[in-house]
Design a protein around this ligand. Structure first.
Ligand code: HSE
Length: 394
């Protein structure tokens, strides 16, 4: 039998309202009893009695058995989620940064208090990738999980490539459509997809790592020269997080722009859509595709988690608990395209091998092999003007 859920909702922004819209249209045997908000002055579409600015009204209400946390303050989100779990409430959250930063602690809290935290909406919006990595790929050897995990940066790249929009206009559109984070550097700088990658890797390989341990290079230094290069060679540029097994149970995690050929599934993933390619030993390649940002798509994943709580669903973190021997390693070499201004950059980055060089007064690039550890050591430098780097598969 399914239990009636009485929900306390935190946050009534893009996703909170999206979820509310969906719930309103269905008879789901659930009730949103209270909605906690930060700003009581904002005009709301619902009855004022439904709202509170006091978190404890929800957290201490014994009737509320389910907390849905959809705010964009990382530390406040952690306090809400951990307190709710400790108070015996099950929780659904879409706060990717908070989950990536506190995952191990959140696993232990769930274990100690017997409560469940679900967060499908935190990774790739509407795409059901977490439950699939956790449940479906339990016995398969996963070679890699990679894709487009950020709707805003993909929207910007699509608008630049397909409609010749300039970067600033495309970013403004992504913000106006409610896709971007409060500080959009999180999207375009590759932080947001990195948090999602960290969460996905814990369910794919059982590895829990700190986001600071993972390289993220973004698209913020993309120039018209890079676009011209990509077009001439029939590539598109996408921002791609990768988790990949290599060597003896080593797993490498990184986020970097990638030059994508038309044969790649990710080539046709446009605008706010996300795509995840899972490469497994026996199933071979599988491709998940769906909207990665926006109120209704993310709200649909949140609702699916809420529905799963009715039946007592919990992530078992099977791969983490059984310790399958995977370790994170940066002992990995990437083949990259690097556009640069200053010749000293080549030496600074310590290329292992250079296979192609182009040199004109207004456009210089090299293609060659570089160790991931060198990219990590130069991460800040590579996110600044004067250089653009993208992985290029040979
Ligand atoms: N800013 C995020 C994105 C929202 O653009 O993908 C969804 O997590």
């Amino acid at each position: 039998m399914s239990n009636k859920l009485t929900i306390g909702l935190f946050g009534f922004g893009v996703v909170g309202q999206g979820l509310h819209d969906i719930i309103r249209t269905k008879d789901l045997n659930l009730e949103i009893k209270k909605i906690a908000i930060k700003n009581p002055e904002k005009k709301r579409s619902l009855s004022p009695e439904l709202f509170t600015t006091d978190a404890s009204v929800i957290l201490n209400d014994p009737e509320i058995n389910t907390v849905v946390e959809l705010i964009n303050d990382t530390e406040a989100a952690f306090q809400i989620v951990s307190t709710a779990l400790k108070n015996g409430k099950n929780v659904v959250s879409a706060s990717k940064k908070m989950i990536a930063l506190h995952l191990e602690e959140l696993i232990h809290i769930q274990e100690e208090y017997g409560t469940s935290l679900l967060y499908e909406g935190a990774v790739c919006g509407s795409i059901p990738i977490i439950r699939n990595l956790e449940e479906y790929y339990d016995n398969e050897l996963l070679y890699s999980v990679r894709g487009i995990f950020n709707g805003s940066s993909n929207y910007i790249l699509s608008k630049i490539f397909n409609e010749n929009l300039d970067y600033g206009t495309a970013l403004k559109q992504a913000q106006d459509l409610g896709f971007a984070e409060t500080d959009p550097i999180s999207d375009v700088g590759g932080f947001d997809p990195k948090y999602k990658l960290v969460i996905a890797a814990s369910h794919a390989y059982g590895i829990i790592t700190r986001p600071e341990e993972v390289l993220n290079i973004g698209i913020q230094t993309l120039s018209s020269k890079d676009i011209q290069y990509a077009r001439e060679k029939n590539y598109k540029i996408k921002l791609v997080p990768t988790a990949l097994e290599f060597g003896e149970r080593q797993v490498v995690l990184y986020v970097i722009p990638k030059l994508i050929h038309s044969a790649d599934f990710l080539y046709n993933v446009e605008n706010e859509y996300n795509g995840v390619i899972v490469q497994a030993a026996f199933a071979d390649q599988q491709f998940f595709f769906g909207k990665g940002a926006g109120g209704h798509p993310t709200g649909s994943a949140v609702l699916s988690d809420i529905a799963a709580l009715r039946y007592g669903y919990k992530y078992e973190y099977k791969k983490y608990r059984t310790n399958r021997g995977f370790v994170q390693s940066n002992d990995y070499t990437l083949n990259v395209y690097l556009r640069y201004d200053d010749e000293s950059v080549i030496e600074r980055l310590g290329f292992k091998e250079i296979t192609e060089r182009f040199y004109a007064p207004d456009f210089k690039y090299v293609i060659g092999k570089i160790e991931l550890s060198n990219l990590i050591a130069n991460q800040e430098f590579l996110n600044n003007d004067g250089v653009f780097i993208a992985e290029i598969v040979q």
